[in-house]
Design a protein around this ligand. Structure first.
Ligand SMILES: *Cc1c(COP(=O)(O)O)cnc(C)c1O
Length: 378
């Protein structure tokens, strides 16, 4: 079976895990947690990093720190994995789902900008927080959001769960990594992400106060030096030393894993460029992480379900792109800005096998099967 996205665990993972067992540091106290946080902050060039039990937990804490809560409004990408919106919903905030733009599939930040300025003009409530997702590893167009931040004080949280290592290559954010250009950025180390800790997440921020508050909330809001004293309702969201040990080993291989993802993407680009499939988006100003290389089937082609089924029959795992959140039951009554682009991405989108160790041979077979499914070749 050619997997969609499998962990690649060939480095120091086992050695560092053995070290945890031998020293007895298996839980949330231990040297690997701090080492993982420090090395992660260095890798993405962020001021501070706080490890969490999952990407969803990281987002929950980050959104709460950014001001999300009951009576507040959080604007979230409509086209994303549901965890992005769930984290906002946990805070008790209302959610405004914002459609994608067709060029990068990310939140249409111009559309949101126009809507916020329109609302502000009419004296209507505007979002307190924008949670922008770098979907499938492609950086979002941030300028309109940073403008909303400076004009209206809207806080920005980046969901970079799929986008570790992606960056902007030109414009005002040139050279900056996703997750580091807003108030708080969050990453996931779930089994299928760019790097994994089995399960885990990270919050990064330039603001030391946010970092301290994140650490505090993730540790049951336990007051330092106090005896079981807690100053608010916190969470048990700490990462274990075991998970962090795997994270440190994975981080050592991040450049290699990213390079592999990018060469897989450039092969897909080349092999699919003259096909009925629209290759994965790449803006001229972006260097994506290509977490899951995804394509759009042509409007008239056999259904994406058929392409996925043909690939499965040939031993390759592919997956339809998510139904937009406005189609999901928990968000059926959420406010939506647009939604047609997200609908189209779901209707036509397919993620192809993208494991960093995917061989060129297997990849060629995947492409041949996908092309056959839409009536090209053999
Ligand atoms: C994976 C993912 C999350 C959640 O991360 P977990 O570590 O699985 O909790 C959040 N947002 C997006 C966009 C994701 O892909």
């Amino acid at each position: 079976m050619i997997p969609l996205a499998e962990p690649v665990l060939g480095g120091n993972e086992a050695r560092y895990l053995a070290e945890c067992i031998e020293t007895g540091f298996v839980s949330s106290v231990g040297p690997f947690v701090e080492r993982f946080e420090q090395r992660f902050a260095e890798a993405v060039r962020a001021g501070h990093a706080v490890a969490c039990a999952s990407g969803t937990a990281a987002l929950h804490v980050a959104l709460r720190l950014a001001g999300a809560g009951p009576g507040r409004l959080v604007a979230v990408s409509d086209f994303t994995f549901i965890a992005s919106a769930n984290a906002a919903a946990y805070t008790g905030a209302d959610v405004l789902l914002v459609d994608s733009e067709p060029d990068t599939w990310n939140m249409d930040t111009e559309l949101l900008y126009d809507e916020v300025t329109r609302r502000a003009r009419l004296g209507e409530p505007i979002p307190d927080v924008v949670e922008v997702v770098h979907v499938l590893g492609h950086p979002a167009a941030m300028e309109p959001l940073l403008e909303l931040r400076s004009r209206f004080g809207v806080r920005i949280v980046e969901d970079a769960a799929e986008a570790l290592g992606a960056s902007w290559t030109s414009g005002p954010l040139a050279g900056r990594q996703v997750g580091t250009v807003s108030d708080l950025g969050c990453y996931s180390f779930n089994g299928n992400k760019i790097i994994t800790t089995g399960g885990g997440g990270m919050i990064v921020t330039a603001d030391a106060e946010y970092a301290d508050a994140a650490r505090h909330l993730a540790n049951q809001a336990k007051v330092a030096g106090g005896h079981y004293e807690h100053d608010t309702v916190g969470y048990n969201y700490r990462l274990t030393n075991l998970a962090a040990a795997v994270g440190v080993a994975q981080l050592e291989r991040l450049p290699e894993l990213l390079a592999a993802k990018r060469s897989i993407a450039s092969r897909y680009d080349a092999w699919l460029s003259t096909s009925p499939f629209t290759p994965a988006p790449r803006a001229a100003w972006a260097d994506p992480s290509y977490w899951l290389y995804s394509v759009l089937a042509g409007a008239g082609d056999s259904s994406p379900d058929d392409v996925v089924a043909r690939l499965a029959a040939a031993g390759a795992q592919a997956r339809r792109l998510w139904p937009p959140l406005h189609r999901q039951r928990p968000y059926a009554s959420a406010r939506v800005l647009g939604g047609a682009v997200a609908d189209d991405l779901h209707r036509r989108g397919i993620s192809l096998p993208s494991t960093a160790t995917l061989s060129a041979e297997d990849q060629e077979a995947v492409v041949a099967t996908a092309l056959t499914a839409v009536g090209v070749g053999a």
